[in-house]
Ligand binder design. Structure first.
Ligand SMILES: [Zn+2]
Ligand SMILES: [Zn+2]
Length: 194
């Protein structure tokens, strides 16, 4: 048996829904068809996120559950992917049930323990064999990209502190440096790079 799964979006969403229904015993299915599940390509720091609206500094409404697209491509073991889903789903369901954002408190930890996930969100995602390949490809792409980053065309330098601002194209700052000041209050002048 493979220990990882490559999901399409629909299958991944189904997996989240399955996790939600697994928790039915404790939370009921009150909001199951209400929650929006979102897959994000841009989510490069975390893996999962229960997104809510805030009023008077407190969560009062769930907006959606968001997951990084990196959970879909098979780079992580399915066990860890499930742990991440469960962690976020428990945030969501616990809030819907109690109307309180429990963050990572004792109550939250209790449910995380029961359902076999980490209550601090510290899930150690090791790469699968496929994940190692994906990581290599990403690194190659990144280094290709960084070779293409253009040198800034203009340096805007502060007469006082020497701080240098850079611009890759013409703009107000480049055309009229006298209309601007450095953050230190100093005057600016422009040097064009060739
Ligand atoms: Zn959390
Ligand atoms: Zn300055």
């Amino acid at each position: 048996m493979k220990n990882y799964v490559v999901f399409n979006e629909a299958d991944f969403k189904k997996r989240v829904e399955i996790c939600i229904s697994l928790l039915e015993v404790d939370f009921g299915l009150c909001n199951m068809d209400k929650v929006k599940i979102d897959i994000s390509n841009r989510m490069t720091r975390g893996f999962g996120y229960w997104m809510y609206k805030v009023r008077d500094r407190e969560a009062y409404k769930t907006i959606k559950l968001q997951f990084s697209s990196r959970l879909l491509d098979g780079r992580f073991y399915i066990k860890n992917v499930d742990e991440i889903i469960l962690h976020e789903v428990i945030h969501y369901l616990l809030f819907e049930k109690t109307r309180i954002n429990h963050h990572h408190d004792k109550v939250f930890h209790k449910y995380c323990e029961k359902y076999g996930t980490n209550g601090n969100g510290e899930i150690d995602c090791k790469l699968t064999e496929l994940g190692e390949k994906i990581k290599k490809q990403e690194q190659e792409k990144r280094s290709e990209k960084s070779n293409h980053i253009r040198e800034p065309k203009y340096n805007i330098i502060c007469e006082e502190c020497g701080h240098t601002y850079t611009r890759t194209r013409k703009c107000k700052l480049v055309d009229h440096p006298n209309n601007f000041k450095c953050f230190c209050g100093g005057s600016l002048y422009v040097v064009k790079n060739n």
